[in-house]
Design a protein around this ligand. Structure first.
Ligand code: SF4
Ligand code: SF4
Length: 442
């Protein structure tokens, strides 16, 4: 069976957070395969630990994608201070002249796909484009492991590695069944507080989403569950109402331009200008937005909001609003690179250590070692919407017995999507349009 079909059968999606179905991504001809192991968000440790502990499998997955796409070169990108991972990968690629490592400084957002492509290839992915426009396919290193499992061992995606951190006793990185409730992860990391006093951040502190429902569950794209006190700066900042953001934009934004000067996508020559989004919002005049096409190159990294702006304003939120407004008005972005990359890019890169301090996360910036233990998970809720595209279509009904790895959700016919699989042995107890619940046999 060809590689992309194996990947499709296994239900693999981008594990780094985007959730794009991988069988579609690798069905192409590429020159370079880039492995994203930079994991630029503070407090997350999954990719670093997987490269350290499973380097041969990471490299094997990359080789399979190179075979599928005909790529002649593979480059695994990771931070230079991940010493154990660097050593493990160097051993795994010994004798493989077509795979190299790209060691990066610890800056944010080193893991941004466009930034990484530029660092590796010296080429800029255009607005509204893909890395394939410059001959590259980028996969998270964890995705490579899933690909190796699928092709070599016929395994589907049933588990996910997740870092559990923040205000917990023992930050830890665990492998858990897809559909595990966040509450179980927090407890496993020694959380002892009152849930009502804390908020979860799903993903990294900057790009992650807040979650107040601790019964929500892990998906194939979940890489972090961070427990933060409700009064933490990040929680307060991310829960500020739109009307407050707008009022502050009108009253406080001095158009100093720092948000644009420090924007990593602007540095690439992509005409991303958050200060103009602030100006347009404050004045209620869309014509002040500047180049609308550039808005579509904003990757929502949050650097402008959480680092560049000294007044605590929310230009990244404003960029997202502008993008939504433009799309609702029927604007279609075009492929374009507006100007040459800024030669001073290196000097605007923000060290992760400084970002951690600015975000008030220094106390939580500690190791979260990989612990190989099974959590006592007796019930899972497996989302049918874990990926970009149409939700999976349930292929089981309540009362069905399933084994770990059985397919329970099929790709909607003719649509972009990914299969879902049972992550524990048990009985299907509920099937909705959102999820399938499985209870373990006692
Ligand atoms: S949002 Fe902040 S950084 Fe951007 S122009 Fe306004 S005051 Fe300056
Ligand atoms: S969130 Fe801000 S800094 Fe990040 S790409 Fe968008 S405009 Fe630039």
């Amino acid at each position: 069976m060809i590689i992309d079909e194996k990947i499709r059968e296994a239900g693999i999606i981008g594990a780094g957070g985007a959730g794009f179905p991988t069988h579609v991504k690798v069905k192409c001809k590429a020159e370079v395969i880039i492995g994203n192991g930079a994991e630029c968000e503070p407090l997350l440790h999954v990719d670093q630990l997987l490269m350290q502990h499973y380097a041969p499998k990471v490299v094997r997955g990359m080789e399979l994608v190179m075979t599928a796409t005909g790529a002649s070169r593979g480059v695994i990108c990771l931070k230079e201070h991940y010493h154990k991972a660097v050593d493990a990968l160097n051993a795994a690629i010994a004798g493989k002249s077509n795979i190299t490592l790209k060691l990066m400084k610890s800056y944010y957002p080193a893991g941004d796909e466009q930034t990484m492509v530029y660092d590796v290839m010296g080429e800029v992915v255009p607005t509204a484009g893909l890395p394939l426009d410059v001959g590259a396919v980028v996969n998270n290193v964890s995705t490579f492991m899933s690909i190796a499992d699928a092709v070599d061992e016929n395994k589907s995606v049933t588990d996910k590695y997740v870092t559990v951190g923040g205000d917990v006793q023992q930050p830890v990185t665990l492998k858990v069944p897809i559909g595990t409730p966040y509450r179980a992860l927090a407890v496993a990391a020694g959380f002892e507080g009152n849930e009502d006093d804390y908020t979860l951040v799903i993903g990294g502190p900057l790009m992650g989403k807040l979650c107040h429902d601790w019964s929500e569950t892990v998906t194939k794209a979940t890489s972090g569950v961070l427990v933060l006190p409700n009064e933490h700066f990040l929680v307060k900042s991310k829960t500020r109402e739109d009307k407050s953001d707008l009022r502050l934009a009108k009253a406080v934004c001095c158009q100093c331009n720092m948000c644009t000067l420090m924007c990593p996508r602007n540095m690439l020559g992509l005409q991303v200008e958050p200060h103009k989004a602030m100006r347009a919002a404050a004045m209620g005049n869309a014509s002040l937005l500047g180049d609308p096409n550039g808005v579509y190159s904003c990757c929502d990294c949050g650097l402008c909001t959480f680092y560049a702006c000294n007044f605590g304003l929310n230009p990244s939120g404003m960029m997202q609003k502008m993008k939504q407004g433009l799309s609702a008005a029927g604007y279609k972005p075009v492929k374009q690179v507006k100007s040459a990359p800024n030669s001073g890019m290196e000097y605007t890169r923000v060290p992760v250590s400084r970002l951690v301090g600015r975000l008030g996360l220094s106390n939580f910036d500690v190791p979260a070692p990989l612990v190989d233990k099974d959590l006592p998970i007796h019930i899972v809720r497996i989302s049918l919407k874990q990926h970009i595209g149409a939700p999976s279509v349930p292929s089981v009904k309540a009362g069905d017995e399933v084994k770990k790895g059985d397919m329970i959700g099929e790709i909607k016919q003719g649509a972009l999507g990914a299969r879902a699989h049972a992550s524990i042995d048990g009985v299907v107890t509920e099937v909705t349009s959102d999820y399938i619940e499985i209870k373990a046999r006692r």
